[in-house]
Ligand binder design. Structure first.
Ligand SMILES: *[C@@H]1O[C@H](CO)[C@@H](O)[C@H](O)[C@H]1NC(C)=O
Length: 148
């Protein structure tokens, strides 16, 4: 009973946080500062393009998949392997609560995305990237933005 009440409260708090949609250049700047440009050999354009096709730059984007797992946040990181949404959950490779991946502060999401790239050896984890960004000229994605 108590647990259910707390859970309901958490759900309410999560649901009431406003969704934030970053602009392309703001995101490019954040990614650049966080060292994503050329991280594991992937230029900034790859990251900005990927985030666009995964979440539309929406930090609170959540997608429930057929298997019941949930993709979280700007990089649509999945709860089954990468973050913790239930108390006793084994995988959680990023050692982070899934709720931390849907905040305006992208620190945790970026750390987790870096881990995914390292552990899965590339950006193939992201279908949106594979479909729309891989192998393309991605210079347009940082065009007009104040990033080097
Ligand atoms: C961002 O995602 C949340 C959660 O899916 C949704 O409620 C909200 O409408 C989205 N915002 C925009 C601007 O699309």
């Amino acid at each position: 009973m108590k647990a259910a009440g707390i859970l309901a409260l958490i759900v309410c708090l999560v649901a009431s946080t406003e969704s934030k949609v970053y602009t392309r250049c703001k995101l490019a700047k954040i990614f650049s500062r966080a060292g994503l440009d050329n991280y594991a050999g992937f230029s900034l354009g790859n990251w900005v393009c990927m985030a666009y096709y995964e979440s539309g730059y929406n930090t609170t984007a959540q997608t429930v998949l057929d298997d019941g797992s949930i993709d979280y946040g700007i990089f649509q990181i999945n709860s089954f392997t990468w973050c913790r949404y239930a108390k006793l959950q084994e995988k959680n490779h990023c050692h982070v609560a899934c709720s931390a991946l849907i905040t305006d502060d992208l620190t945790d999401a970026i750390i987790c995305a870096k881990k995914i790239v390292k552990e899965t050896q590339g950006m193939n984890y992201w279908q949106g990237w594979k479909k729309h960004c891989e192998g393309k000229d991605l210079s347009e994605w940082k065009k007009g933005c104040e990033v080097s």
